[in-house]
Ligand binder design. Structure first.
Ligand SMILES: Nc1ncnc2c1ncn2[C@@H]1O[C@H](COP(=O)(O)OP(=O)(O)OP(=O)(O)O)[C@@H](O)[C@H]1O
Length: 390
């Protein structure tokens, strides 16, 4: 039986119903007849990396997808197969028929800047949120079709979609609607930083505080949480896309060369893997004569060109520390700040974070997929969804 008197002892503002849902789900899944704080205490440490081992917990009910619908990349996982789709969030449509995707992912992205007349590349997500319900619906439908072919699932799959912790109620609603219309049977949302932490093997229900910084394509956010609730959160709509723009601008002003978006991004991505003292060659068009041109960029030059944007992102995020309860500082001090998202791989970023926050920084092992891994793990951890989900 659920001891309802215990529900008031949960300090994170968990509503009464969330504890009941926990108990119901636990009982349904054969975890035993317990709920409330017991359910939290009995939750085993989550090992989301080991998604395959979670399979055995609920063989009968795993037809689900964990989805990270990002500004730059869309990643989908299933409890059975791990990550099944990891593609840029781009779609190609005919200008006259915008509700039918001709291609999605890499195929669509490769045509950015060179799409034939009558065909438009579309980015359905901007700054971490849906900008246009129809195009997002078309994109997500195509993603689900590819990630969960009907022959495999028969039934419509359930979905857990990661959402920015700072998304407004309207933005959340839009995501839920798109999920339903794209064919998901039930849709739940989970904050991205919580999903990312879960995907890195952290149990977000334990009473110690965790601090996660997520550097995505459209948004950067920092979130502290513990025991099923958010402690503090800051976000800004400055992230990987602005870093690419900064490099684009730098090439234009300092080298008088205009490059395409994809070339500027490649130069940005090349920097972390290129040794100090080495250089990268980028191709573009001379801003004055219009002729083709090759530019050699030193790695240090790229880092310097990106530094002002990186610094202003980090400065915005440090404001999160003001709201962090002093008691939580010790937890973060001993565990370190977890950096996730593609931007966390930027050269020099972890040093900058360490200087600005004063905490040790750990970069996730799989920064680009850990959010989808965590969202997928939620399918088998209803107690996490009950605490953080919406
Ligand atoms: N090695 C790298 N170095 C620097 N930046 C990188 C690297 N790899 C990817 N990125 C950048 O990371 C960003 C994509 O990260 P990610 O896929 O986590 O974002 P997203 O989830 O799509 O975005 P958001 O969370 O804002 O919606 C892009 O801007 C990309 O250029």
């Amino acid at each position: 039986m659920i001891d309802t008197t215990n529900t008031v002892t949960i300090p994170t503002g968990l509503p009464h119903w969330s504890v009941m849902i926990t108990a119901t789900c636990c009982a349904k899944r054969g975890y035993g007849n317990f709920g409330g704080t017991d359910a939290f205490r009995m939750t085993p440490p989550l090992r989301t990396i080991d998604i395959v081992s979670l399979k055995s917990l609920s063989e009968a009910d795993v037809s689900g997808l964990g989805i990270d619908l990002g500004t730059a990349n869309t990643v989908v996982g299933t409890p059975e197969d791990g990550i099944v789709l990891n593609e840029p969030s781009f779609m190609l449509v005919r200008t006259k028929d915008p509700n039918r995707a001709l291609a999605i992912g890499t195929d669509a992205r490769n045509l950015v800047g060179r799409a034939p007349i009558g065909i438009t590349p579309v980015r359905p997500i901007r700054d971490g949120v849906i900008v246009d319900l129809e195009s997002a619906g078309t994109f997500v439908t195509a993603v689900i079709k590819r990630a969960a072919p009907a022959r495999r699932y028969g039934l419509r799959p359930r979905g857990v979609i990661a959402v920015s912790a700072g998304a407004t109620p309207l933005e959340r609603r839009a995501l839920l609607e798109v999920g339903h219309e794209a064919g998901l049977r039930k849709v739940a949302l989970i904050p991205e930083p919580v999903a990312g932490a879960l995907g890195c093997g952290i149990n977000p229900l334990e009473p110690r505080a965790h601090l996660v910084v997520d550097f995505g394509g459209g948004t950067s956010e920092i979130t502290a949480f513990c025991f099923g609730g958010i402690l503090s959160h800051r976000s800004c709509r400055l992230a990987g896309d602005e870093l690419t723009d900064a490099l684009h601008h730098y090439l234009r002003t300092e080298h008088k060369t205009i490059v395409g978006e994809i070339t500027a991004e490649r130069a940005k991505l090349g920097a972390p893997d290129t040794a100090e003292g080495q250089s990268l060659v980028v191709e573009g068009r001379d801003a004055v004569t219009g002729r083709a041109r090759l530019v050699t960029l030193e790695i240090e030059e790229i880092v310097d060109a990106l530094r002002p944007t990186t610094t202003s992102i980090v400065q915005t995020l440090t404001a999160c520390l003001e709201d962090l309860p002093p008691q939580a500082i010790g937890d973060v001090m001993s565990e370190g700040l977890l950096a996730i998202g593609g931007g966390s791989m930027l050269r020099g970023l972890s040093q900058l974070l360490e200087q600005s926050f004063g905490f040790p920084v750990k970069t996730a092992e799989r920064p680009l997929t850990c959010v989808a891994e965590g969202a997928t793990a939620c399918l088998d951890h209803p107690e996490v969804l009950a605490a953080y989900g919406s």
